[in-house]
Design a protein around this ligand. Structure first.
Ligand code: ZN
Length: 123
């Protein structure tokens, strides 16, 4: 699967929620928020599969390599989440908050980076 980002990200942050831990196999994920028409799949659309968790947004991933593609619904008015690590080049934004920090695992202390922290999702 290949995709392009064609609009500026609206925001970016680190997410410490359990979904992000499980899907990444790590302590947190770095993601950007984007209007749905800002993401265009340019190859491999037929390879995209979707997991719909009991809570949270649908997660779309590549059925060939398992790589994250985006989260959320591609419909007007929605907001997509895109993992910054999936991009080639500079996303043009830096993570500016940490959310779901109350779910952060004890084995990985959160760095003292001065970013605002939210116990659950960013309001
Ligand atoms: Zn998360």
């Amino acid at each position: 699967v290949r995709f392009e980002i064609r609009k500026p990200f609206l925001a970016a942050g680190y997410c410490h929620c359990l979904h992000c831990q499980r899907r990444s196999g790590s302590a947190w994920g770095a993601g950007g928020r984007l209007e749905p028409d800002g993401l265009v799949v340019t190859a491999g659309e037929e390879l995209i599969r979707t997991w719909v968790p009991e809570s949270g947004r649908p997660k779309h991933f590549c059925s060939n390599c398992g790589g994250h593609v985006f989260a959320g619904d591609r419909e007007p008015g929605a907001v997509l989440g895109v993992r910054l690590g999936t991009l080639e080049g500079d996303p043009g934004i830096r993570p500016e908050y940490r959310q779901w920090v109350d779910s952060s695992p004890a084995w990985m202390p959160i760095p003292d980076d001065g970013l605002p922290r939210y116990p659950e999702g960013r309001p």
